[in-house]
Structures are given as C-alpha cells and as structure tokens.
Write a protein that binds this ligand. Structure first.
Ligand code: SF4
Length: 380
C-alpha cells in the first residue's frame, strides 16, 4: 500500500504567513501539468508496484485547476499504477474557488474528499492573513460541498495570532462543529523566515506571536472538540470516529509515497527525495526527461528520529518494541533513559511498551521529541 501526493504550485495571492512553494502567476500552468504527467511516467517504478490507497492534491491551491485537469492527472496515475477502487482521493480547496459550478464539475472526477482552507470566519482576520476569501465564502463553501453530496470533508483553522481573542476562537470552532463535518485540522500560527509576516515583525509593524495565547487556544480547541465527539488523533488533527485522514495517517505510520510536482517530497522507507521548488526549472528539467530531485539516503539515526517525531504526535504513540526490533537494543536503552524525565513530569504516559503524550505533554510535543532524538554516533 502506498500514496501519491500532487503539489499544485499556484495561488491567487500570497498569504502573509505562508512559506510553501507557489506562484501567483498561472502563466506556466499548462506546461507544468504536462511536466507532471511526464514525471508520473518517469517515476512509475518508485513505489515498486504497491497498490495506491490514497491520492492527495495539495499545494499551493489545487482548486485553481479545472476538474478536467485534475481528472487527467488521476487518469495518468491509473495508467501506471494499481489504484484501489476505494482509494481516498483528497483535494485541498480554497473557499473562493468553490462555486456551485466548480463543485458540480468536481463531482464528475474521482475526488471524494475535500480539505477546505477556512482559517477563520472573521473578515478582519482573513484580511490580516491576506487570504483570497472572506467570511461569507468560508460559510457558504462548506454547505455547497455538502449539498453536492460530498460527506468526507475536513476544514483548516488557524489560532494563536494577535487578532484572535479567545471568544473569536471559540466562535470559529463552534461554526465548524455546527457544519457537522467529520474532520478538522487546526494549526498554531508560526512565523517562518522569508514570509511577509516575519518581515512585518522584524520591521516593528506587527507584534510577535504569543506562545501563552497559542497554548491557551490549543487547550480550548482540544476541550471543545472532545465535547463534540472528535478524537484528537494527531497533534493538529481531530476526527469523528472512523474518519481519520488515511493519507496523513499513512505518512505518520511510515507508508511510502510518491510526490509529483515542484517541491513535492517522496519517501520509500530507505530514502527521501524532494523536487526542485521552482516552476520553470521543473518544467525545463522534465522536458529533458530528468526528474529534478535531490535524494537523501536515510541513516538509522534519521529514521529513528523521524519515527520519534511523528509517532509521538499521534494517538498510536511510540512503540518501544518497534524501536528494539527496527533499531536494536542500544537505541532502545538510549530512548528509555531519556523518557524517564518526561514520564516523571507526566508529559509522557507509558502503557506497557507504548509511549504517548499526556494532555499537558501535547503542549510541548516538539520539544519532547527533540530531547529524545539520537545522533549518528549512537549507531556506531
Ligand atoms: S492559499 Fe495556501 S499555499 Fe497559497 S499562499 Fe495561502 S496558505 Fe500558502
């Protein structure tokens, strides 16, 4: 079993906080879609004939594409891979793209799950973020997608930025709960270097994000969604029972995936590779039948650290038995000795050989994982 990720590197405008790869010019769109089809062909052996269980259109903004452009990419995948008839096929979409006609045309494709970038239901917040949509589109888009017969929907929200009071945050969460969608993702606003937001803060035009506010709003989120019967199955992801994202769950469980498009990453258990994050150079390279990717062969330390990082963030937790089997007794001893400080503080919970974050530990997930990381010399 394996997954495919498409990176669609176009957006209508640049959100101030975003450091993903995208262009606001659609000039190269047709050439780029052709190059992506060529990449599918050139990478046809990457997943070693494993059945495709999930396909994910991310970006950028995949909903910028027409339905027939999306379907052509899917057809190309089916041409070279065995796609499970029940595959989860997700498309990220921005509310301003989801008019009735677009949704109707997407109903004719194999897309069966939407991830809608709501972020907020307040106009002033959306304007502050430089999003392309307003609150009314955030509200109507979810309803329209549901009315067209799509049930498998997730929506994103952002918290922890200066404009967002706890009352507004509560309102945003309540709005999504009211829509009766089965999955919600919520992310704390982070300030990435080279973004407009980072530049505003550097120049004193914007106050920095406040970690205390972010933690408080994370706790509000967890409590409200637990009361609404959502399971907190990954640090930023919540689902009604049986509605976990298959694609993302596979990432976190170390399943192989192939990434197609500029800046897309691929992983096959042994190595990781990432395509060039430049649309014109991507197109040019593919026109000469070269996939413009850098490859990193993963060392044991890399693989173990990735396992620590991803597993601790999930409901399934970190399995000490797996660490012993995959990485050996010495690695296990190293991890075990470092875990104690966090079990004593009750940030980590130990149930047999399974280690999970406690409610308090969820506030420090990245810090805990970083403290447990091993270095290369541990495997010499
Ligand atoms: S729409 Fe998404 S990918 Fe595009 S700039 Fe905004 S956050 Fe980034």
């Amino acid at each position: 079993m394996a997954g495919i990720y498409f990176h669609i590197p176009f957006c209508k405008r640049a959100c101030h906080y975003c450091d993903f790869h995208f262009s606001t010019s659609l000039k190269l769109k047709d050439e780029l879609l052709e190059a992506m089809k060529r990449e599918i062909m050139l990478q046809k052996h990457y997943l070693a004939n494993q059945k495709i269980q999930t396909i994910y259109f991310g970006g950028g903004t995949p909903s910028i594409l027409r339905a027939d452009e999306i379907q052509k990419l899917l057809d190309e995948i089916s041409h070279f891979h065995d796609v499970d008839p029940d595959a989860e096929i997700t498309m990220e979409a921005n509310p301003d793209d989801l008019d009735a006609e677009k949704i109707k045309s997407l109903r004719q494709t194999q897309v069966n799950r939407f991830s809608i970038g709501i972020q907020s239901f307040f106009n002033e917040d959306l304007i502050w973020m430089n999003r392309a949509h307003l609150a009314v589109e955030a509200e109507t888009s979810v309803k329209r997608v549901q009315d067209a017969g799509f049930e498998n929907i997730t929506a994103d929200l952002i918290y922890g930025y200066p404009l967002l009071t706890d009352d507004k945050w509560t309102h945003n969460i309540d709005q999504l709960i009211q829509f009766d969608i089965p999955h919600i993702s919520a992310y704390s606003m982070t300030v990435e270097p080279k973004t407009a937001l980072a530049s505003f803060i550097r120049r004193g035009k914007q106050i920095p994000m406040d970690e205390v506010q972010s933690s408080a709003q994370f706790i509000i989120l967890i409590d409200k969604l637990a009361s609404a019967n959502f399971e907190h199955y990954e640090i930023s992801n919540f689902a009604k029972p049986g509605n976990y994202s298959k694609h993302n769950s596979n990432y976190w469980n170390g399943i192989s995936y192939l990434g197609i498009g500029p800046s897309a990453h691929s992983f096959n258990g042994k190595s990781r590779q990432w395509n060039i994050a430049n649309n014109s150079r991507y197109v040019e390279s593919l026109s000469q039948n070269n996939v413009p990717a850098e490859i990193e062969i993963l060392s044991n330390a890399n693989r173990l650290n990735e396992y620590i990082m991803t597993s601790l963030r999930t409901i399934w937790g970190m399995d000490l038995n797996k660490i012993e089997i995959d990485f050996g007794k010495e690695a296990l001893q190293l991890i075990k000795s470092d875990i104690n400080q966090f079990t004593e503080k009750k940030w980590l919970l130990k149930n047999g050989e399974l280690i999970t974050l406690s409610s308090e530990g969820k506030l420090f997930a990245d810090r805990i994982a970083a403290e447990l990381f091993v270095d290369e010399s541990s495997f010499l």
